[in-house]
Design a protein around this ligand. Structure first.
Ligand code: AMP
Ligand code: ZN
Length: 491
């Protein structure tokens, strides 16, 4: 196979829409050839819903684009296993503690259970695991140090054992989310916490008795308590990526309050710009409106599987919409994604036998055009819908040999991440292996009925048999995922 066709190398300059400036900017790394990437991770009190997962798919594509462009990406993701209250703005109770009460489990059990479930979902969607996954509960000392420094600098104040960030000490507080503070104060929420000096101030450390049932708590200079949600990301991102790094991502709901507060904390502490590029994914919405984990009206990977879909179909669906556009989810659109994915899959399978020849000069020339278009689209602020359409045009181009098409697809898949979920590294169970052998024997004695029965049985398990002149091959039609660990119910 000619290596010049398959190398997944992007040579276009990457441009990204930076929320900070609201413009598309050329990407310039802090350190040549490297990218420090922080993505806000899940709050592990429930299964991730497909909206959350849409955001993680966008972040995975971003990381893969950099890797396919020759960068070494250092990807860090937090696990919020304490401190995220029902409202992002310090109101309500800790989401994990509420789930623990509901499920009659300890908060630690809840957090580990849903963290595992989250990474199973990620695997099903072919999301690369971050090099560093850091749990909030394992970084309390770093958070306390961070808060102490803010206090020493006079940016934080203590009332009744709670530590608050004084937003008036950070004059650019409103800039990131383009807030109109005066208008918000006049028409905004009724402020609940009378300890706050200013309505926008937020909690860095809770230790007063507003949450007497909090089980996860730690000693601190201000009393026994637990950290605020925003300080978690500031402390962990700067521990692993430094006081200035390249890219920070999340969903658009994080622009205000979470990322606004992260910037105030980190720039307040370091005294300089913290993150160079802020990227935010738009929401996935349902026809009936917003999904809410806490209300329980969510679609999860399990829901999709129960409806007969493979999670990878959902990954394909995510790629069909630009990450900055809303994705209106429907089963019709998921069905269309499944059909496209299966067509692609069948092509892959066909190429396994047909794409053996050498590529011609014409192949190289034509594919080079497609490659330029494909990488150009992705490098233009991750335009996955255009990249996919370039892929399809290439695959339908009669001028190209199957070998060239297979090579092109292989190189693009470094970012699309569709084929990696299929076939090759998955293994058969011993029972499936035995059935294939039994079928070979049935074919040898011309027992076509038994051979067909076995084919059907395996097909139902997602294993498709291909009889080749050289013997019987198999491919995996549907990913085999371990069933969700049972034992927890959700109201
Ligand atoms: P959470 O577990 O609630 O902290 O959210 C995890 C990630 O999902 C964050 O980056 C959120 O911004 C993002 N997110 C939440 N709801 C949606 C949605 N409906 N569509 C897309 N992303 C979402
Ligand atoms: Zn965060």
């Amino acid at each position: 196979m000619p290596s010049d066709m398959t190398t997944p190398k992007n040579t276009s300059e990457i441009h990204l829409f930076n929320t900070q400036t609201r413009t598309v900017e050329p990407f310039k790394p802090i350190k040549d050839g490297e990218v420090g990437l922080y993505t806000c991770g899940p709050t592990v009190y429930h299964y991730a819903h497909i909206g959350n997962l849409r955001t993680y798919v966008f972040e995975d594509v971003l990381r893969r684009l950099f890797e396919a462009s020759g960068y070494k990406v250092n990807h860090v993701m937090n696990i919020t296993d304490v401190g995220h209250l029902e409202s992002d703005a310090d109101e309500g109770e800790d989401k994990i503690m509420l789930a623990a009460q509901r499920e009659k489990k300890s908060p630690w059990e809840i957090a580990r259970f849903f963290e595992n479930a989250f990474f199973e979902d990620c695997q099903a969607l072919n999301l690369k695991r971050p090099q560093t996954v850091c749990r909030a509960t394992e970084h309390i000392a770093e958070m306390i140090e961070f808060v102490k420094e803010l206090e020493n600098k006079g940016i934080a104040y203590v009332v009744d054992g709670n530590v608050y960030y004084d937003t008036t000490k950070f004059p650019t507080y409103a800039d990131f989310a383009r807030l109109d503070l005066a208008h918000m104060q006049e028409h905004g929420r009724v402020e609940q916490d009378h300890r706050k000096r200013n309505p926008q101030d937020f909690v860095l450390w809770f230790s007063q008795s507003k949450y007497p049932n909090q089980i996860m708590k730690w000693e601190s200079p201000w009393g026994i308590g637990f950290p605020g949600w925003h300080i978690e990301c500031s402390a962990m991102a700067s521990k692993y990526l430094g006081s200035q790094f390249d890219i920070h991502c999340g969903g658009i709901d994080h622009i205000f309050v979470h990322h606004t507060n992260e910037i105030a904390q980190s720039e307040g502490k370091f005294g300089h710009k913290w993150v160079n590029y802020w990227l935010h994914g738009e929401f996935l919405v349902l026809d009936q409106g917003k999904m809410s984990k806490s209300k329980g009206d969510t679609l999860t990977v399990s829901t999709l599987k129960e409806a007969g879909y493979d999670p990878i179909h959902f990954r394909y669906l995510c790629l069909t919409t630009h990450y900055r556009g809303q994705l209106r989810f429907s089963y019709e659109s998921l069905e269309a994604a499944r059909n496209a994915y299966e067509t692609l899959h069948n092509k892959l399978d066909d190429w396994a036998t047909s794409a053996a020849g050498a590529v011609s000069e014409a192949d190289i020339r034509i594919a080079a055009d497609y490659r330029t278009q494909f990488w150009g689209a992705l490098s233009d602020d991750l335009n996955t819908p255009v990249a996919l359409s370039v892929l399809w045009t290439c695959l339908r181009d009669d001028r190209l040999s199957d070998t060239a098409k297979q090579d092109f697809f292989t190189s693009t898949d470094a970012v699309l991440g569709l084929a990696g979920a299929v076939g090759t590294e998955l293994t058969l169970t011993p029972q499936q292996q035995k059935l294939i052998e039994e079928r070979e024997a049935a074919r040898a004695r011309k027992d076509w009925k038994r051979a067909d029965e076995i084919r059907t049985a395996l097909d139902e398990q997602g294993i498709v048999l291909k009889d080749r002149p050289t013997g019987t091959d198999w491919i995996v039609k549907k990913l085999k995922l371990s069933p969700n660990p049972s034992g927890l119910t959700h109201s």
